[in-house]
Design a protein around this ligand. Structure first.
Ligand code: ATP
Ligand code: LTN
Length: 334
């Protein structure tokens, strides 16, 4: 809560091409709060450098992520859209929170364990303390809700623990946030290995549908998607993880319930079904792609939005950081 206003905050890393997992699990749900909440949606470029990035790619993807936010329906006049590294309070609060986060807590984070296994040559301290930067992002804005995919739930729970610990020592400092997950779509699985999360950093491009893939590519990827033995279109995550994942995607893009989908494809084969999923996905993404291209063709417009968002976010961030500094006993003479 900032004053009387409830707050929603979330972030996406500009670390690769965004997938339909990012879209259905996170970005699409951001706009749900635009009317009633004060909303902050950040391009978290400082998180992205925990693994090596090519500077030109990071820069381009930062613009692209902001353009995608807007193309996915986030109106910059109703939502504060900005870039993390342009608001220096994030890194400052992260340092402070590092001093209130336990080594053991960070060691238990599954994303750290996964990423350090995948990047064994670069297990840097940033990768380890990543959740405290994420906690700083969230707590700076006195956030009530954090719309995320299920893979981020553990980080938001750690953020709650940090906030509660801090509040116990310095009462009334932070709002304790809650993770909010889409009912369906909180974990879209890989098309090649449907027991694994669809991830933008997957090396197999056929396992992943990107928001910006063209229609033919989308349809081809779904045609090739791994399905299960048998031929029935039935939702059963344990027995039929491939088909169940496709049903979730189809449900998210068409608004049809799982029961309606089972009825629609009763007696029909996987071929028909996969084509329908591909077409529904391509149809739903087409307007997002068109808007994305329009926003990307106006770099000055994007920069103006970044500037506006930075100014708005900085005002809130500065308020919280100076409250924290006062509570801690830092001298502030200005
Ligand atoms: P990486 O593969 O590099 O770890 P990522 O694809 O997980 O990245 P992030 O930028 O870390 O992408 O995530 C942005 C948001 O998208 C987060 O809220 C995350 O939970 C959500 N998200 C990512 N992948 C999926 C998925 N497969 N299903 C649902 N939500 C997802
Ligand atoms: N850690 C998240 C991205 C992220 C985020 C946040 C999400 C950084 N800061 C604050 C919600 C709130 C990820 O890897 N997907």
């Amino acid at each position: 809560m900032f004053g009387e206003q409830k707050v929603s905050f979330s972030g996406v890393q500009p670390s690769g091409n965004l997938t339909i997992g990012n879209y259905l699990g996170a970005i699409r749900n951001f706009s749900e709060y635009s009317e009633k909440y004060k909303t902050f949606y950040c391009v978290v470029d400082q998180h992205a450098i925990t693994v090596r990035q090519v500077p030109a790619d990071l820069r381009r993807r930062t613009y692209e992520t902001l353009a995608l936010y807007m193309a996915c329906g986030l109106d910059p006049n109703k939502n504060t859209l900005y870039v993390q590294s342009m608001v220096h309070e994030h890194a400052e609060l992260a340092w402070i929170l590092n001093c209130f986060t336990m080594f053991g807590e960070l060691s238990r984070m599954t994303q750290f364990k996964d990423k350090s296994a995948r990047h064994a040559d670069n297990i840097n301290a940033g990768l380890f303390t990543y959740p405290t930067l994420m906690a700083a992002d969230i707590l700076l804005y006195q956030t009530d809700v954090v719309p995320v995919g299920i893979d981020q739930k553990q980080h938001v729970e750690l953020c709650r623990d940090i906030a509660e610990r801090f509040n116990q020592l310095y009462p009334g400092t932070f709002t304790v946030p809650e993770p909010i997950m889409a009912k369906h779509g909180m974990k879209i699985m890989s098309l090649a290995e449907p027991t694994k999360k669809m991830s933008k950093s997957d090396e197999n491009a056929n396992a992943v549908v990107y928001i910006l893939d063209d229609r033919d590519t989308i349809i081809r990827k779904f045609k090739r998607a791994v399905t299960d033995s048998g031929s029935e279109i039935r939702y059963d995550v344990n027995e039929k993880p491939g088909v169940s994942n496709l049903m979730t995607i189809y449900s998210c893009f068409t608004g049809k319930s799982i029961e309606e989908i089972e009825r629609e494809f009763d007696g029909r084969g996987y071929g028909d079904f996969k084509l329908a999923v591909g077409e529904a996905t391509a149809d739903a993404l087409a307007p997002v792609q068109a808007d994305f291209r329009a926003y990307m063709s106006d770099k000055a417009g994007l920069e103006a939005q970044m500037k506006k968002g930075t100014e708005e976010a900085s005002w809130y961030a500065c308020r919280t950081l100076s409250k924290v500094a006062k509570k801690l006993g830092f001298v502030q003479v200005r």
